[in-house]
Design a protein around this ligand. Structure first.
Ligand code: HEM
Ligand SMILES: *[C@@H]1O[C@H](CO)[C@@H](O)[C@H](O)[C@H]1NC(C)=O
Ligand SMILES: *[C@@H]1O[C@H](CO)[C@@H](O)[C@H](O)[C@H]1NC(C)=O
Length: 504
């Protein structure tokens, strides 16, 4: 939201909202009466902070990253909270019990995605996996995604892609002077996703994908005031999205043509575009898919996998720099396990139990998608409160990952907390849901873990890392950026010293 707001002449816009707010004040007072609630047996609406008419709680959502602000508000108003963001009802869920009601008890009613302009336009009218409404089409595509695109077997088939790109990163790592690690990790993540999805690298693809990612902020002005079309005209939002879609479409068409021209005979060599084209051609899906569906699903891979993976790795390296004893322990594990080998392979990762805990702990403290984006198809009752039909439901995964009710010393980076713990990535334990939970859970977690574990292990094996300019560990800035993905505000710069071949 912040990014959208910053794109506008802010003082003017705020003044405008303020005037309108005053104008509507009386009217809204009357409609706020809860007499009808007292008389009817319906459960009450969830509580929330004070709000302005018209803009609602929009003014509460400036200053800090949205998930932090929502966490602060929940500490005052409780685990089920109702906010009015512009014209949209937003229910914020911030405890295990409340999340269980939403994700388990009312899974069917709360498994929609919010209706956002960028998805309608860029994701081909939401005919993808991530943005399509809960229903037969989504169910079919999610199944295709889980069984054919991101299955353990398919993820394994991309081992060579991962290993090649990570080796590339290692051999091109400048040593002895500060390197923009954030940039390196972003390139790594996007190269792995690109190659796995569409094969070769395609110029011009990445900038478009980056632009889409930037615009998915969750609470854009246009999505908060859907009935005010003039805001769209004023901000040029829809036309910007259409420009992005046209550019994307052109590249996708080229990619499809190239794939159709050279079909792979060996299924083990298929990239995800090959997979989808084959499924389309076989034609035995209940709901036939179109080329637009295929483009939308491929776009999902980029949107779902690129920033999230890079951000997790970036935070993991940041936390390891802030906690030298954890770094040391993780490095010793990798170097002793690999015993003189210079290259980590997929199979080695299974033995790196401490490294796995480091990644788990990173996903807890720096949940890449801090707010799970859901919407209520029908109204339902959660912990005695009514979730209005059509409202957005936001599950604050970040806040639950830091709640002292579930975690000892929650603000500390302490991977050992996961030793012997049963906490998994499948959303079984609702205080730990970095990949979401229930029907809408992330289908890409195996793909992501394979990339992250291999990359981190290889980085710790090949190099020793140092902060630039004699910076002390506790001086490293850990602020977050605004956006749908909680990445570092300031890029991470580190100095690499090669340890090749690694010490025995
Ligand atoms: C560290 C990396 C990743 C994180 C933290 C992450 C997190 C998430 C989260 C929180 C959701 C929403 C879940 C919910 O609503 O309950 C999601 C959905 C999704 N993710 Fe991921 N993800 C990651 C990597 C990936 C990768 C690598 C891919 C694909 C290659 C991917 C594809 C998707 C798709 C398609 C969805 C939509 C699922 C649906 O709506 O049914 N993600 N992800
Ligand atoms: C969804 O909501 C409707 C209406 O409140 C209710 O009748 C139905 O049982 C709910 N479904 C689930 C699975 O909770
Ligand atoms: C470092 O990389 C990040 C991520 O790609 C980029 O946003 C930033 O501008 C880079 N910093 C510099 C100084 O080049």
């Amino acid at each position: 939201m912040e990014m959208e707001l910053q794109a506008l002449p802010q003082p003017l816009l705020l003044a405008f909202f303020f005037l309108l707010a005053l104008k509507f004040l009386l009217k809204s007072r009357r409609s706020d009466s809860n007499l009808s609630q007292v008389l009817s047996p319906e459960p009450p609406l969830p509580p929330g902070p004070w709000r302005l008419p018209l803009v609602g709680h929009l003014h509460h959502l400036v200053g800090k990253p949205t998930h932090c602000l929502l966490g602060d508000l929940a500490a005052v108003h409780g685990p089920v909270m109702l906010l009015k963001v512009g014209q949209v009802d937003v229910v914020v869920v911030s405890s295990r019990a409340a999340a269980e009601a939403v994700i388990k008890t009312h899974d069917v009613n709360c498994s929609n995605r919010p209706d956002v302009a960028v998805a309608r336009i860029v994701a081909y009218d939401c005919t993808d996996i991530a943005f399509s409404s809960y229903g037969p089409f989504w169910r079919q595509m999610k199944k295709v995604c889980i069984v054919e695109m991101l299955s353990a077997r398919r993820v394994k088939s991309f081992a060579a892609v991962r290993e090649r790109n990570i080796l590339d990163l290692m051999t091109n790592m400048p040593t002895g002077s500060p390197v923009n690690i954030s940039e390196k990790l972003m390139t790594l993540s996007s190269n792995i996703i690109t190659e796995s999805s569409v094969g070769k690298k395609y110029d011009g693809f990445l900038p478009v994908v980056r632009e889409v990612t930037k615009t998915i902020t969750g609470f854009s002005i246009v999505d908060s005031f859907p009935s005010w079309k003039f805001l769209d005209v004023l901000t040029g939002t829809t036309s910007r999205f259409w420009r992005i879609r046209r550019r994307l479409d052109k590249i996708m068409n080229e990619i499809i043509k190239l794939h159709q021209a050279e079909k792979k005979s060996n299924p083990a060599e298929e990239d995800l575009m090959d997979v989808l084209l084959r499924i389309k051609e076989q034609g035995d899906l209940e709901i036939p898919i179109t080329f637009d569906n295929i483009k939308a699903c491929i776009l999902d891979m980029f949107l779902g996998g690129t920033d999230t993976t890079a951000t997790t790795l970036e935070w993991a390296m940041s936390e390891l720099m802030r906690n030298p004893e954890v770094m040391k322990k993780a490095q010793i594990e990798v170097r002793e396990t690999l015993k003189g080998k210079a290259r980590v392979e997929d199979g080695d990762v299974e033995k790196l139990s401490y490294l796995k805990m480091v990644i788990k702990e990173t996903l807890r403290l720096h949940t890449p998608i801090p707010l799970l984006p859901r919407a209520a198809k029908q109204s339902c009752e959660v912990m005695g409160f009514k979730i209005p039909e059509g409202s957005r439901v936001v599950i604050n995964a970040w806040a639950m990952g830091r709640d002292p009710a579930y975690w000892e010393d929650p603000e500390s980076f302490w991977p050992e907390r996961f030793a012997g713990s049963e906490t998994d990535y499948k959303g079984t334990y609702l205080e730990y849901v970095p990949f979401g939970s229930g029907r809408r859970i992330c289908p890409g977690y195996q793909f992501a873990m394979a990339t992250m574990e291999l990359a981190l292990a290889q980085m710790l094996l090949c190099f020793d890392w140092e902060l630039p300019g004699g910076m002390r560990p506790e001086e490293l800035n850990m602020e977050e950026k605004f956006g749908a993905t909680a990445s570092r505000k300031l890029a991470l710069w580190l100095i690499a010293t090669p340890r090749f071949p690694p010490p025995a």
